[in-house]
Design a protein around this ligand. Structure first.
Ligand SMILES: C[S@@+](CC[C@H](N)C(=O)[O-])C[C@H]1O[C@@H](n2cnc3c(N)ncnc32)[C@H](O)[C@@H]1O
Length: 417
């Protein structure tokens, strides 16, 4: 496809620069507002917009810096904004989050001012405590290039110190995946995930679905290559033992910051006294722990943690054995209607968000306060908009640079009836 010389005038949620050509919006990956770039069109199928990548920067932004991530500079899909000065990247992210909250959530002048995007720590590199890498046919280890099966062996700048040391010496089998996690003391644990059985070579829809099922960690053989197959994580005075392959927040500061923020937000809207909590998409129960341990004027008398992951729920039961929690394994949408009415709900869904069914079930349960967490701005805004349309009001929100050097942000909001 042809190249175009474009003036980039904006930044869109998703990390691309925005330009216009012949009445059409062009999203240009790798371009910053104020730049003039030669853009290579990569997707031209839609009438109203096209997607492009930067082929050459003709006039660079003052905020463009040398890429901090060698893997991203070599084409990996890890740190798509590692070429942007970090404070400016947070400004762009805050603008995009505000735009999405207005456009998708419908929040206007009567909502609190759009959140800034705050740092979680003092550095934008070396923040990631877990990562998953591919092992090539020759035993080389790396990330896949963006939308490609090519292996990039240059190191990513996001993992914490030591996580990527001596990768090829770990002896992961060709074709496998290597999952690495750093524990609370900074020690590295590594497991190999055997190639999925029945991955096949079919490229039709059924073949892709088969491969997706086969790729789930749960069906694959796990072999420990360094440390243990479980990792101990700590938040406050509690610790959790979770499998190396299990979910834990990627940023080393995230669990502590998010859980402290949830307690702060609830205190801020006046939650007091005895409260029953629903911790939806609650994983290992880090939020429940924070609310039980917070000295913020309320006492958790019962908590229901709902998640699909049995390992996370087992860790929750173990770590929270001293507090009144019940864990429920399964789909939140299917299970919430059967739980006792809550006073407070925390929902921390995957990127797809709560979805209409879960929001409606929470509204029907009439909690006095809801803390909504989101790692995808669009679904976060959509869920909040649905709460707002049913009588819940956003009282405060926060944005976090939880994935530095990338366009992703984490957002939290507290709503009351
Ligand atoms: C963003 S994580 C949050 C986990 C936890 N709140 C934490 O901070 O560690 C999302 C969680 O949702 C769970 N999950 C995904 N889809 C689900 C569903 N439909 N029903 C219940 N849990 C789900 C995942 O297993 C994962 O633990």
């Amino acid at each position: 496809m042809s190249d175009l010389d474009l003036d980039v005038t904006g930044y869109a949620n998703g990390g691309a620069g925005v330009a216009r050509h012949d009445g059409r919006v062009i999203f240009v990956a790798g371009a910053l507002p104020g730049e003039r770039v030669r853009a290579h069109i990569v997707d031209d199928r839609k009438a109203s917009f096209a997607r492009a990548v930067v082929a050459e920067v003709l006039d660079a932004s003052a905020h463009r810096v040398a890429a901090a991530c060698p893997a991203a500079a070599a084409g990996a899909g890890c740190c798509d904004l590692s070429f942007v000065e970090p404070a400016y990247a947070r400004e762009l992210a805050a603008g995009a989050l505000g735009d999405v909250l207005a456009r998708i959530g419908g929040f206007g002048v009567d909502a609190p001012a759009a959140p800034a995007v705050e740092t979680l720590g003092d550095q934008s590199t070396r923040w990631r405590v877990r990562t998953r890498l591919a092992v090539g046919a020759d035993g080389a280890v790396g990330l896949r290039a963006h939308r490609s099966s090519t292996l990039v062996t240059q190191p990513c700048a996001a993992p914490v110190d030591g996580l990527l040391d001596g990768l090829t010496d770990l002896g992961a089998a060709p074709g496998s995946e290597l999952v690495l996690a750093a524990d609370a003391d900074g020690l590295r644990h590594a497991v190999e995930l055997a190639p999925p059985a029945g991955g096949g070579r079919r490229t039709d829809r059924r073949g892709r679905a088969q491969r997706a099922r086969a790729h789930t960690t749960r069906r694959r053989t796990v072999r420990t290559l360094a440390g243990d197959d479980r990792v101990e994580h700590r938040v406050g005075a509690r610790s959790w033992s979770v499998p190396v392959t299990g979910f834990w927040q990627a940023h080393r500061e995230a669990p502590a910051v998010y859980s402290r923020t949830a307690a702060d937000l609830l205190a801020r809207v006046g939650v007091t006294g005895d409260v029953r909590v629903w911790d939806l998409f609650g994983g290992a129960g880090v939020f429940t722990a924070a609310l039980c341990d917070a000295d913020r004027g309320f006492t958790v008398t019962a908590a229901d943690i709902v998640d699909t992951d049995p390992d996370a729920l087992a860790a929750a039961e173990h770590t929270l054995a001293d507090v009144p929690v019940a864990v429920h394994r399964g789909d939140v949408a299917a299970l919430v209607a059967g739980l006792d009415r809550p006073d407070v709900v925390i929902a921390d869904p995957p990127r797809s968000g709560d979805g209409a069914e879960v929001v409606d079930a929470v509204v029907a349960a009439e909690p006095s306060a809801v803390v909504q967490v989101g790692c995808d701005a669009a679904s976060f805004a959509r869920d909040l908009g649905r709460f707002a349309a049913q009588g819940y009001r956003v009282r405060a929100w926060r944005g976090f640079d939880a994935f530095p050097m990338t366009h992703h942000v984490e957002a939290m909001a507290v709503l009351t009836r």
